[in-house]
Design a protein around this ligand. Structure first.
Ligand code: GDP
Ligand code: IMO
Ligand code: MG
Length: 428
């Protein structure tokens, strides 16, 4: 296996960072291919917690090449801040270990302002975005007015592009009561950050082709989760990129036939940050308990995550749409003290049973989950790293998920720490 794609199968925060960190030991290159600094990936290494937003998680290991692909939206200031944060932890980010696609789309300060202004204006119907300007930056990309990284290499040629994007944004800004911007402010901003970003710029699709020809092992690190996919997620309560593994090809310039295996990171229960339908959401003590034991607070925004039971219908659907080969089940240990654990195995809408998530928001809001009850194992699995040391009832829970979702579970994570993980198969 020489290329592996990692994606979250739920609404994000499944523990992708931890699994990518673990697998990156055997990888040569780690690539981000979509999203931006809306992601928050947590690694716990030798007692130290490291939170990454924009940089591929492989950056924390020495001698690994990391790539930010063209499918990412890159906020230069966020990148500079993250590099400084890592440097304080003695992790150096240099043009040798980080390459950024020359055609990556830039997030500019007015994208963030627009994101926040829209959310404020939306009131009850807000998406609950991370407020990082992700949506507005992707809109500009698709509307063909973005500033790409390569555009700032020679700023003397950029005026026309800045005028084009600002002409559009100033109309919007006026409508939202924001001050109009003139191009000098943006040009000055780009001049300021240029020298800190351009050294990382490279022709990354060619680089990845070279890596493939040299049989290097490539790990693609997805952000967000499949239910936040702009096509197949709980639209409109989604992010603005495709989070499907197929995006690894488009967002990095690698042909889809070179993606060898896809691992879906899946939490042993369900969480969501921000607005939108959530069939198995709990509003009782069990929900609070999941949140407290699972420490379910957003990595990026600190917001409390909504919590609920494992929804097999959702994961089976996202696994089928995206073509997942195997699941990495995380946070099993969070369920250790539950006497009864529910698994959602179907939905009821207006008295009718269905076995899939309807894509209409109206129907999604009417879903009543159908549960199967599972006896808890009531013993400490935290830190277990041998499958034989898991209690029978925990194994039965894993098997139940595996059978229902119709995808084998090959990795089990039992704590936030790097070393607390069970591999049932060699990945690379
Ligand atoms: P990501 O966005 O998918 O990388 O996930 P986050 O880092 O946002 O959130 C996952 C949280 O769960 C982090 O705080 C991790 O340290 C933690 N975590 C990951 N795997 C496990 C696990 O197996 N058990 C427990 N208790 N925590 C875990
Ligand atoms: P990681 O990679 C969880 C959610 C936001 C909001 C919606 C749109 O850590 O799993 P956006 O700012 O992207 O326009 O917000 O998507 N969201 C995430 N939720 N984990 C993430 O990333 C997320 N990135 C975005 O909360 O509901
Ligand atoms: Mg996260």
């Amino acid at each position: 296996m020489s290329s592996v794609v990692i994606v979250g199968t739920q609404w994000g925060d499944e523990g992708k960072g931890k699994i990518v960190d673990s697998l990156s030991q055997d990888a040569d290159v780690i690539v981000r291919f979509q999203g931006g600094h809306n992601a928050g990936h947590t690694l716990v290494i030798d007692g130290q917690t490291i939170k990454l937003s924009l940089l591929p998680s492989g950056i924390v290991r020495r001698n690994k090449l990391t790539v930010i692909g063209n499918g990412v939206v890159l906020d230069p200031q966020a990148l500079i801040t993250e590099i400084e944060y890592l440097s304080k932890l003695n992790i150096s980010v240099t043009p040798e270990n980080l390459k950024i696609a020359e055609n990556v789309t830039l997030i500019l300060p007015f994208h963030k302002e627009l994101d926040i202004a829209r959310e404020n204006q939306a009131g009850k119907s807000k998406i609950g975005t991370t407020g990082r300007g992700i949506g507005p930056a992707y809109e500009d990309k698709v509307a063909r007015r973005s500033i790409k990284l390569i555009d700032i290499e020679d700023i003397s040629n950029i005026d026309e592009k800045i005028t084009r994007i600002l002409d559009h944004h100033n109309i919007l800004r006026k409508a939202f009561g924001l001050s109009e911007l003139n191009s000098d402010i943006i040009v000055d901003y780009l001049k300021d950050i240029k020298s800190q970003i351009i050294p990382f710029m490279d022709n990354t699709w060619r680089l990845l082709k070279e890596m493939r020809l040299r049989n290097k092992k490539v790990l693609f690190e997805g952000a967000q989760g499949l239910l936040l996919d702009v096509d197949f997620g709980t639209y409109p309560y989604v992010t603005s990129s495709n989070t499907l593994p197929a995006q690894a090809a488009i967002g990095s310039g690698v042909g889809p036939k070179y993606l060898d295996s896809i691992i879906g990171i899946t939490k042993a229960y369900t969480t969501r940050v921000g607005s939108g339908p959530f069939p198995t959401e709990l509003f009782d003590d069990a929900g609070d308990k999941l949140g407290n034991i699972g420490n379910e607070f957003g990595t990026v925004t600190g917001r409390e995550r909504r919590c609920g039971w494992f929804d097999g219908v959702l994961v089976r659907q996202t696994a089928q749409i995206s073509g997942i080969d195997m699941i990495a089940l995380t946070k099993l240990d969070v369920l250790d003290t539950f006497e009864k654990i529910m698994i959602c195995v179907g939905y009821e809408i207006d008295g009718r049973k269905i076995d899939y998530l309807p894509l209409s928001e109206y129907m999604q809001n009417k879903i009543k989950p159908i549960y199967e009850e599972h006896d808890g194992w009531l013993s400490d699995t935290s830190g277990v790293n041998d499958i034989n040391d898991l209690p029978d009832k925990a194994i039965q829970y894993i098997k139940k998920i595996e059978e229902f979702v119709e995808i084998p579970i090959k990795i089990i994570s039992t704590s936030p720490k790097r070393e607390d993980i069970i591999f049932l198969e060699n990945i690379f």
